[in-house]
Design a protein around this ligand. Structure first.
Ligand code: NAG
Length: 342
C-alpha cells in the first residue's frame, strides 16, 4: 500500500469504528446502450472482510425495488427498469450486518441511453447521384429485436447524414436530414469518391445517436474521366510504332499474295493457254532439236523509278543483246555446217 494512504486508512478506520459505518461505493456511473443498462462502481478504499453491494431503483413517488441484492461484483444489470419515465437508482456497500449510505443517481432511459449508429448503404446509379439506404438500429428486448422507432415513435426518429469528398481535405462537409429509409443525393460530382456517415436524431429530445463508420463510394461517371483518358492516350502513343509496323507488314503480305508484282504479258498468257502451241513446243523440245528462242526478263513496274532498278534494266538489256548473239550463233553454225562439209 502507498505510504501516503496510511493516514487515510487510519482516518477511515477511526471514522468506521466511531460511527460504525461502511464506506460507500466510489465513482458510481451508468452505462446504457440501446436500453441495455448497467450500473457500475468502484469498491471503496477501505474494506474489512468481504463486501457486497445492493442496487435499488424507484419511480418518483413510489417505493424502492431491488435490482441486485448483496452482489459481490461491482456492476449490476438494471435493464429491467421500465424504459418510460425517470428513476432514482441507488447502490450501497454492505459488510456483514453493517451498511454504507446510499449513493443516488438519476436515470432516464430515453435520454440517457446511447443510440447505436444505423446501417448505411449507398448505391451509385446515375452519374453524380447516390442513393442512400438507412437501416434503423435495433433494440434487443424481451427476446425480440425492435427498431428504435418502436420506442421513440415513428415520427420522432430522423437521421442526420454528413457527406464529404474523400480526397479534398479543405472541402466543406454537407449535412442532409433523412426522414425516410431511402434518400437520393443528387448534384454530386460524377466520378468522385464521397464518404458518408449517419446518426440517428431524436427531434423531441434534441438527442443524437452515435455516428456510423464512414462509408466511401465513388459516383459513376458520365463518360471517361481525365485520368482514364490520359492513360488511354499514352498507351496508344506507346503502341503507335508497333501498330504502324504491323499494318505495313500486313499490307505488304496482302499485296504479295493478291497482287503479285511480276506477271507475264497478256499475249504470253494467251500463247501458253493454247494447247496446240504449248504441245508443239513440248514436242519440239523432246525431239532435242535446237531452236531459236528469246529470253524473257520480267521486271516489276514498281521498281522502275529508282536508280538501282534503272541499272538493273540496263543490265537486263545488255543481257538480252548478249543472248541474241548467243542465240544467233548456233543458227549460223547450223547454216554453215553443210557448206563446210560439202
Ligand atoms: C441485462 O438484462 C436484460 C434483461 O434481463 C437482458 O436482456 C440482457 O441480456 C442483460 N444484459 C447482459 C449483458 O447480460
Amino acid at each position: 500500500m502507498d505510504p501516503r494512504g496510511w493516514p487515510c486508512l487510519i482516518c477511515s478506520c477511526l471514522f468506521w469504528s466511531v460511527h460504525g459505518m461502511v464506506p460507500e461505493p466510489q465513482n458510481v456511473r451508468l452505462h446504457s446502450v440501446m436500453f441495455d443498462t448497467f450500473l457500475q462502481w468502484d469498491p471503496p478504499n477501505f474494506h474489512k472482510g468481504s463486501m457486497t453491494y445492493t442496487v435499488q431503483y424507484k419511480v418518483y413517488g413510489n417505493g424502492f425495488t431491488d435490482l441486485c441484492q448483496r452482489t459481490d461484483v461491482t456492476k449490476c444489470n438494471i435493464s429491467n427498469i421500465p424504459i418510460h419515465g425517470s428513476y432514482i437508482v441507488r447502490v450501497r456497500t454492505e459488510v456483514e450486518e453493517e451498511r454504507s449510505n446510499w449513493v443516488n443517481i438519476t436515470f432516464t432511459p430515453f435520454s440517457d441511453t446511447i443510440i447505436e449508429p444505423p446501417a448505411v448503404q449507398a448505391e451509385a446509379t446515375t452519374p453524380g447521384v447516390l442513393i442512400v439506404q438507412i437501416t434503423d438500429p435495433l433494440v434487443s428486448r424481451d427476446g425480440g429485436k425492435y427498431s428504435i422507432k418502436h420506442f421513440y415513435g415513428h415520427g420522432f426518429v430522423t437521421y442526420k447524414m454528413r457527406i464529404w469528398k474523400k480526397d479534398y481535405d479543405g472541402e466543406q462537409v454537407r449535412y442532409v436530414n433523412i426522414t425516410q429509409s431511402s434518400k437520393t443525393l443528387p448534384d454530386l460530382d460524377p466520378g468522385t469518391t464521397y464518404c458518408l456517415q449517419a446518426q440517428a436524431f431524436i427531434v423531441e429530445l434534441n438527442k443524437n445517436g452515435d455516428w456510423s463508420n464512414a462509408l466511401c463510394i465513388t459516383t459513376t461517371d458520365n463518360g471517361i474521366n481525365t485520368v482514364q483518358l490520359t492513360i488511354i492516350l499514352l498507351s496508344v502513343l506507346a503502341l503507335l510504332p508497333f501498330i504502324c509496323f504491323m499494318i505495313l507488314h500486313v499490307y505488304r503480305w496482302a499485296k504479295y499474295i493478291f497482287l503479285p508484282s511480276y506477271y507475264l504479258p497478256q499475249h504470253f498468257i494467251e500463247f501458253l493457254s493454247k494447247p496446240f502451241y504449248s504441245s508443239q513446243f513440248l514436242a519440239s523440245q523432246s525431239q532435242g532439236e535446237e531452236q531459236a528462242y528469246d529470253k524473257i526478263i520480267v521486271l516489276s513496274e514498281e521498281s522502275k523509278s529508282d536508280n538501282e532498278s534503272e541499272e538493273q534494266m540496263r543490265n537486263a538489256k545488255q543481257l538480252l543483246q548478249g543472248s541474241h548473239e548467243e542465240i544467233l550463233r548456233p543458227k549460223e553454225v547450223s547454216d554453215f555446217t553443210p557448206l563446210v562439209h560439202s
